[in-house]
Design a binder for this molecule. Structure first.
Ligand SMILES: CC/C=C\CCC/C=C/C(=O)SCCNC(=O)CCNC(=O)[C@H](O)C(C)(C)COP(=O)(O)OP(=O)(O)OC[C@H]1O[C@@H](n2cnc3c(N)ncnc32)[C@H](O)[C@@H]1OP(=O)(O)O
Length: 299
């Protein structure tokens, strides 16, 4: 078993810096010969079925799969590796943390840090979204837990969403409840998914939808019993993979390119906007109060 940390060269000849975690060499793991491979990094677990051409990424950043910079770094590397490996045509996104898909952006990355950190963090958020939204693979989100804000964005960036039928698993862009504003590209993705009026309503009120409401508004495509989320995601994937790749990919690009380009053409300005917004005293205070409330919830 090969454990590698540090610099790693991937299939497409690109060299990326693996900042954290370890990587279990695919070659070593594939020796079982049953078509299954398993990559392991510290916060992102990748299982794959080579024969079917389907990979599954499980978020593994306990307790709540917050999108910390370390998590995002590992996630981007995994995505890039899968995207460049033409074995994989489909990717299922799910969580390894019981009851939580992802709590969204890691609020500790947005509080009490310096301006350079905020800029680095926001660039990683942008990069993650662009890679997900423009992926050539079919992306199915198997949402097996709560999915607020950035967690919801990851689900919305997939091609299809299956949500577990549990009233505690709420999903939505709740930024206004934190005293912050969802960026224009979060808004664009929501509008593309549920339409302008429903998005305006949901965004202003910071609505977190229970499964039946999420289905009704079109935020998810299917709600199924909790123990059927993974099998449903797999059968949806099989259906989507029956479509010829080139036709599906060009269609996906036709539908999504304008939304992605809208961010790409103003990436630096968007970073500056985030940095100046989040570093305001009033915003720092709101975020700290919100974090404190989360901590005190238990006591
Ligand atoms: C110009 C543009 C400017 C800004 C744009 C920014 C866009 C922002 C997008 C975001 O994603 S902001 C993050 C929004 N997320 C949330 O509001 C979710 C908050 N969390 C929860 O609601 C709950 O934690 C939960 C996900 C439903 C899970 O509940 P549970 O009861 O299971 O866990 P608990 O609340 O006890 O949390 C455990 C532990 O985790 C800490 N925590 C939770 N969420 C976050 C987070 N997003 N970032 C960092 N840390 C988080 C929580 O404080 C607890 O910590 P403790 O164990 O130390 O007390």
């Amino acid at each position: 078993m090969a454990l590698v940390a540090g610099r790693k060269t991937f299939a497409a000849g690109k060299t990326l810096l693996l900042r954290a975690g370890v990587w279990l060499g695919a070659e070593a793991a594939a020796r079982g010969g049953n078509g299954a491979r398993r990559f392991v990094s510290q916060r992102v677990l990748v299982e794959s079925d080579v024969t079917a051409g389907i990979a599954t990424i499980k978020f593994k950043n306990p307790p709540v799969n917050s999108l910390s910079l370390e998590f995002l770094t590992e996630f981007i590397i995994c995505l890039e590796k899968l995207e460049n490996d033409k074995t994989y045509r489909g990717l299922i996104l799910t969580s390894d943390c019981p009851g939580i898909f992802s709590a969204g952006l890691d609020l500790r990355e947005m509080c009490g840090k310096n301006l350079a950190h905020y800029a680095e963090y926001w660039r990683a958020i942008q990069e993650t979204w662009l890679k997900l939204y423009l992926s050539n693979m079919v992306l199915v989100a198997a949402i097996n837990g709560a999915s607020p804000a950035g967690g919801c964005l990851m689900a919305l960036s997939s091609d299809y969403r299956v949500l577990a039928d549990n009233p505690r698993y709420r999903i939505g862009l709740n930024e206004t409840l934190l005293g912050i504003v969802a960026p224009f590209w979060f808004k664009d993705v929501l509008v593309n998914t549920i339409g302008h009026r429903a998005a305006e309503h949901a965004l202003q009120l910071g609505l977190l939808f229970q499964p039946t409401e999420a289905l009704q508004v079109g935020m998810v495509d299917q709600v199924v019993p909790e123990d059927q989320v993974q099998s449903t995601a797999l059968s949806v994937m099989t259906e989507w993979l029956a479509i010829p790749d080139h036709a599906r990919q060009l269609t996906k690009s036709m539908m999504r390119k304008a939304t992605a380009d809208n961010l790409i053409k103003q990436r630096e300005a968007d970073i500056q906007n985030f940095v100046s917004f989040v570093s305001r005293d009033s915003i720092q205070k709101s975020l700290q109060v919100y974090l404190e409330k989360l901590k005190q919830k238990k006591h």
